[in-house]
Design a binder for this molecule. Structure first.
Ligand SMILES: NC(=O)C1=CN([C@@H]2O[C@H](COP(=O)(O)OP(=O)(O)OC[C@H]3O[C@@H](n4cnc5c(N)ncnc54)[C@H](OP(=O)(O)O)[C@@H]3O)[C@@H](O)[C@H]2O)C=CC1
Ligand SMILES: O=C(O)CCC(=O)C(=O)O
Length: 424
C-alpha cells in the first residue's frame, strides 16, 4: 500500500484541489507525459453567465451560472447541471475533472464538464424554475450541443429541468434536438432507468465490494447520507438485495432503526424534499452522527466534503462507497488508508448516471427507444466491466481503490492524448 503521511496542511478548500491531488497520486503510478498531467490539472474553458429572472411578484433578480469544460480528448464534454446555493466556479471545475475520469473509467466516448447555478431551488416556484432553466439554456447555447457538450441532471435538477432545457434549445434551433441534454423524461427522448441509474450503480458497486470482501448481504448494515436521486435509489437497491438499511438522512437530519428501515415507505427528495427527517422512525440522529454510525457500509450520497480530517478518525464503517461527488477530502482519504477502511470512489460508484445518459444519447441520435430491461442489462454489463478493470489494478498493485480507479481512467485519457497528439 502506498502510504502518504497525513499532512498538517489545511484541508483542501475546493473540489478542484481535491481532484488535482487525486490526479497527481494516480500519475505517480504511471508513465504519463508530464505535460499531459499538467494539462489535466486545468479546465479547457469555463463559462460564466448571468441569468436575469423575473420573479412571480414581478421583481427582477440576477443569478450566476457556470459551465466548466475540462477535457474532450475522448469525445464531447458531458456532465450535470447543479442548482444549489453553494455552486462556485472552482467547484464546477473540480466536478468537471471528475466527469473526465468518470467517463474514462466507464470507457464512454465523452469528456468531462459540469455546471450549475448559484440558487436555492427550494426558494423558486415551478414557473420561476422554468424561466431560469430556459434562460440558462439560451445563455449556454454557444457552448453546448449534441456533439459539443451535453448537460444532464445533478443536485437540485431532474427530468423536468432537462425537458425545459431541451425545449428552449430546440426552439432556437428550429428543430427538436433531444440529444442536447440527457436525463429527460422518457416521453421526450429520455431513457427509461436514467433517473435511478446513479443510485442503482452505487448499489451494484456496493454489492460487488461486499462480495469481494466475502460478506453476507443479509448480515450487512448500511447508512446512507442524502435521500435523493442517488441516496434513495442506492438504499432501495441494497434493501431489495437483503441488506439492512439502518439510517438515511436529508438536509435536516437522519432517521435510524437498528432493525432496518423500510426504504420504500420513506419518501425521497423527488417525492417530497425534506420528508426523511419528518418520518416516524424509532430514533433520529444528526447528519454528523449518521456518518459515524457503527455500520458495515457507509454511503455518503448528498454533498461534497462531508468526510474530513475532523471526523475521519471517528468513522466506524468497514467500507465506504461514495454516492455523492467528492464526499471525502484528501486528508480524510489518507486517514482511511491508514485505518485500512476501503473507499470505493465516486467516479465508479455513481457512474451509472452518466452511463445511462450515454444510452439516452445513443437512443436520441438513433431515434430508437430501449426497454427498461435492456437499460438494466447493459448498465449491469458496463458496471461489471469497469469494476473488473479496477479490481485487476487493485489486486495487481499495492494501491487504494481510488488509486486503482484513477489509474484505469488516467491511462485511457493519456493514451488518447498521445494518439491524437493534442499535447503540447
Ligand atoms: N443526479 C445525478 O444524476 C447524479 C448525482 N450525483 C451526485 O450525487 C449527490 C446527490 O445528488 P442527487 O441525489 O442528484 O441530489 P438530490 O437533490 O436528488 O438529493 C440530495 C439529497 O441530499 C440531501 N442534502 C442536501 N444537502 C444536504 C446536506 N447539507 N446534508 C445532508 N443532506 C443533504 C437532500 O435533502 P432534502 O431532501 O432535505 O433537500 C436530498 O435528500 C451530488 O453530489 C451529485 O453531484 C452523482 C452522479 C449522478
Ligand atoms: O449524466 C450525466 O451526463 C452526468 C451526471 C453527473 O453529473 C455526474 O455523474 O456527476
Amino acid at each position: 500500500m502506498t502510504t502518504t503521511e497525513p499532512t498538517s496542511e489545511p484541508e483542501p478548500e475546493s473540489a478542484v484541489e481535491t481532484a488535482r491531488r487525486q490526479l497527481e497520486r494516480a500519475a505517480a503510478h504511471l508513465d504519463v507525459d508530464e505535460g499531459i498531467v499538467e494539462r489535466l490539472r486545468h479546465p479547457t474553458s469555463v463559462y460564466r453567465v448571468t441569468i436575469p429572472l423575473e420573479r412571480d411578484d414581478g421583481s427582477r433578480e440576477m443569478f450566476t451560472g457556470y459551465r466548466a469544460h475540462h477535457d474532450s480528448v475522448r469525445g464531447p464534454y458531458k456532465g450535470g447541471l447543479r442548482y444549489h446555493p453553494g455552486v462556485t466556479e472552482e467547484e464546477c471545475v473540480g466536478l468537471s475533472m471528475w466527469m473526465t475520469w468518470k467517463c474514462a473509467v466507464m470507457d464512454l466516448p465523452f469528456g468531462g464538464a459540469k455546471g450549475g447555478v448559484v440558487v436555492d431551488p427550494k426558494e423558486l416556484s415551478k414557473d420561476e424554475t422554468e424561466r431560469l432553466t430556459r434562460r440558462l439554456a439560451e445563455e449556454l447555447r454557444p457552448v453546448i450541443g449534441p456533439m459539443k457538450d451535453i448537460p444532464a441532471p445533478d443536485m437540485g435538477t431532474g427530468p423536468q429541468e432537462m425537458a425545459w432545457f431541451m425545449d428552449a434549445y430546440s426552439m432556437q434551433q428550429g428543430e427538436t434536438e433531444p440529444g442536447v441534454v440527457t436525463g429527460k423524461p422518457p416521453v421526450v427522448g429520455g431513457s427509461y432507468g436514467r433517473e435511478r441509474a446513479p443510485g442503482r450503480s452505487v448499489g451494484i458497486v456496493a454489492r460487488e465490494a461486499i462480495e469481494y470482501y466475502d460478506w453476507d448481504m443479509e448480515d450487512t448494515t448500511v447508512a446512507v447520507q442524502g435521500f435523493g436521486s442517488v441516496g434513495a435509489n442506492a438504499a432501495r437497491y441494497l434493501d431489495n438485495l437483503g441488506a439492512s438499511i439502518v439510517a438515511v438522512s436529508d438536509i435536516d437530519g437522519a432517521i435510524y432503526d437498528p432493525d432496518g428501515l423500510d426504504t420504500t415507505d420513506v419518501e425521497d427528495h423527488d417525492e417530497t424534499p425534506g420528508m426523511v427527517s419528518g418520518y416516524d422512525a424509532p430514533e433520529t440522529l444528526s447528519n454528523d452522527e449518521l456518518l459515524e454510525l457503527d455500520v458495515d457500509v457507509l454511503i455518503p450520497a448528498a454533498i461534497g466534503n462531508v468526510l474530513t480530517a475532523e471526523n475521519a478518525r471517528d468513522v466506524s464503517a468497514n467500507l465506504i462507497v461514495e454516492g455523492a461527488n467528492g464526499p471525502t477530502t484528501s486528508t480524510a482519504d489518507q486517514i482511511f488508508e491508514e485505518r485500512e477502511i476501503p473507499v470505493i470512489p465516486d467516479i465508479i460508484a455513481n457512474a451509472g448516471g452518466v452511463t445511462v445518459s450515454y444510452f439516452e444519447w445513443l437512443q436520441d441520435i438513433n431515434r430508437r427507444k430501449w426497454s427498461l430491461e435492456r437499460v438494466h442489462e447493459e448498465l449491469e454489463d458496463e458496471m461489471l466491466q469497469a469494476w473488473n478493470a479496477i479490481r485487476e489494478e487493485y489486486d495487481a498493485r499495492d494501491v487504494t481503490w481510488r488509486d486503482a480507479t484513477y489509474i484505469v481512467a488516467l491511462s485511457r485519457i493519456a493514451d488518447a492524448h498521445d494518439v491524437r497528439g493534442l499535447w503540447p
